[in-house]
Design a protein around this ligand. Structure first.
Ligand SMILES: C[S@@+](CC[C@H](N)C(=O)[O-])C[C@H]1O[C@@H](n2cnc3c(N)ncnc32)[C@H](O)[C@@H]1O
Length: 266
């Protein structure tokens, strides 16, 4: 498999950024996820079934995934990251919880993993790959990135914003122009980090595959699952698309099993 890498200028930027925030990374993770990131990792590692084997955690950061792999029975764990600062914290954390001998921390780039045999029972990566698309041969990577970004925007738009409204008496479309119809716009989104996985198609003479829809389909599930997960403390198990602010508010009000500490007018 041949893999195209991101433009070389991006890695130093990402590495320097994580170097700067390393000391606050765990705190920020807890703050941004309301403390849920530990449970997510435990679940992901359970699904990786690392017990009894050698496990790889790519982009290991401050080591929580790798340590969880060790806790769940991996016989040897390798945590790879290209930020020295993040790895130093990971190593310190491993010593503090008595798992220093179970995990090897390796400074390396995930796009050029130094494991020629690739012999791992499981491989995990957390909060690192944002979007991977198998596009066949990437004739013009910039256009593919643009298509994937647009696809994500289309999916997120459907998940959160877009809806047609009709007048119930006349059938007249009320959201008939982009002044009335909620189109996703650039300011609704963060920047997307995308990675092209270039595997030439064996059934096309030029090895090409379509790329346009790659971001759309996962965006729906990712966004709606995130909304439901964020609302799960309110007993919410399902929400219809688009999950508009009003629908989110109604879902919170209608939650079945509100914990006693949560006020219903939050
Ligand atoms: C958002 S943190 C995730 C850390 C950890 N997986 C977790 O669950 O908290 C992303 C990490 O990926 C690392 N990283 C990003 N790109 C990388 C690359 N190409 N090779 C190795 N590490 C990379 C960063 O240094 C950072 O530590």
């Amino acid at each position: 498999m041949k893999t195209t890498t991101r433009p070389p200028s991006r890695a130093p930027f990402v590495r320097a950024m994580f170097g700067r925030i390393a000391g606050r990374y765990d705190f920020m993770n807890t703050l941004m996820t309301g403390g849920r990131h530990h449970a997510w990792r435990r679940l992901a590692v359970r699904r990786a079934r690392p017990a009894g084997g050698r496990a790889l955690d790519v982009c290991c950061g401050t080591g929580d995934f790798a340590l969880e792999l060790a806790r769940q029975g991996a016989t040897a764990v390798v945590g790879v990251d290209f930020s020295r600062e993040m790895l130093a914290l990971a190593a310190r954390k491993a010593q503090a919880v008595g798992l220093g001998d179970h995990v090897q921390w390796q400074l390396a780039d995930a796009l050029e993993l130094p494991f020629p045999d690739g012999a791992f029972l499981s491989a995990t990566t957390g909060f690192s790959l944002r979007n991977v698309d198998d596009v066949g041969r990437a004739v013009n990577p910039m256009i593919i990135d643009g298509q994937v970004h647009g696809g994500i925007a289309q999916g997120v738009g459907q998940a959160l914003l877009e809806q047609c409204f009709y007048d119930s008496a006349t059938g007249q479309l009320l959201s008939g122009s982009f002044m009335d119809y909620s189109m996703p716009r650039a300011h609704n989104f963060p920047f997307f980090a995308t990675q092209i996985s270039e595997v030439p198609s064996p059934t096309h003479p030029l090895g090409m595959r379509p790329a346009g829809e790659g971001g759309t389909t996962p965006a729906l599930g990712v966004v709606i699952n995130a909304v439901v997960d964020a609302l799960s403390d309110f007993g919410v198990r399902h929400i219809e698309m688009p999950a508009t602010p009003e629908r989110v508010w109604r879902a919170i009000r209608g939650g079945q099993t509100l914990p006693p500490s949560v006020s219903t007018n939050r």
